[in-house]
Design a protein around this ligand. Structure first.
Ligand SMILES: [Zn+2]
Ligand SMILES: [Zn+2]
Length: 244
């Protein structure tokens, strides 16, 4: 069983978790998306920040544990509790959570956008920690953009239609090292290849849906693919390293 991380201690640990929430909300894995929106619908305390002109709400009990993920978080009776996470977030953000009617309205709008019904509050109110401008800018620029960009890239690389078009153009041959799984493994390897996205999403802001599969995706073997991501390299740069 995966163990819950320790309570977070600083703003970067918090921001890593905010990122994780945003990634789940943009995940094409339906299970992840559903579980995350359910936590948001049932939450009572939220870390609030603005990204792309909109408010986002991250449930404190999820973001309060180091490097949290849904697989770990959703284990029953694993010791998670708002009693522990709230004071930690108070001290990281620099003020305590409070009810705020304007943020409550924004929260309801956020739920609306996600298509969820927020928990009905009976004797208590939802409370919010709003990141200050400086914290918010750091999150938006250094965390949100990068992680979401990566999530979108991953999604394009797995998109079956884009993948098909890319393979029609290049064949199932690694464009870095020339590996052809069909040649090496015979029948078993036929049609096996990864697809890598070469145009940075940030270069096409505002039209991320208009991806051009024939020019932005290339087939690569899993080894070369891993190295491309690890070194943040272009196809040409990796070819050079391999002496191709
Ligand atoms: Zn390769
Ligand atoms: Zn890739």
């Amino acid at each position: 069983m995966r163990k819950l991380g320790r309570i977070i201690r600083d703003i970067s640990e918090l921001m890593n978790n905010l990122c994780q929430v945003d990634i789940y909300l943009n995940d094409d894995n339906e299970e992840n998306y559903k579980n995350m929106v359910r936590l948001i619908a049932n939450g009572t305390n939220f870390v609030v920040y603005k990204a792309e002109g909109r408010y986002h709400f991250a449930p404190s009990r999820f973001v309060g544990y180091l490097n949290n993920d849904l697989l770990t978080h959703l284990v029953k009776n694993n010791g998670k509790h708002g009693w522990y996470t709230s004071p930690a977030i108070d001290s990281i953000i620099g003020h305590t959570r409070t009810f705020n009617q304007a943020l409550e309205n924004e929260y309801l709008r956020f739920c609306d956008r996600l298509g969820i019904t927020p928990k009905h509050m009976v004797d208590t109110q939802r409370k919010y920690w709003l990141l200050d401008n400086k914290q918010n800018n750091i999150y938006a620029e250094e965390y949100y953009e990068g992680s979401l960009q990566q999530a979108l890239v991953n999604r394009y690389e797995r998109n079956p239609i884009a993948r098909k078009k890319c393979i029609e153009k290049y064949g199932c041959i690694c464009q870095v090292c020339g590996m052809d799984f069909g040649k090496v493994y015979g029948e078993l390897g036929n049609g096996f290849i990864h697809v890598h996205h070469i145009v940075p999403i940030s270069a096409q802001k505002g039209e991320v849906h208009k991806i051009d599969p024939e020019n932005s995706l290339v087939p690569v073997c899993p080894n070369c693919h891993a190295m491309l991501h690890k070194g943040k390299l272009s196809i040409e740069e990796l070819r050079k390293i391999l002496g191709k």
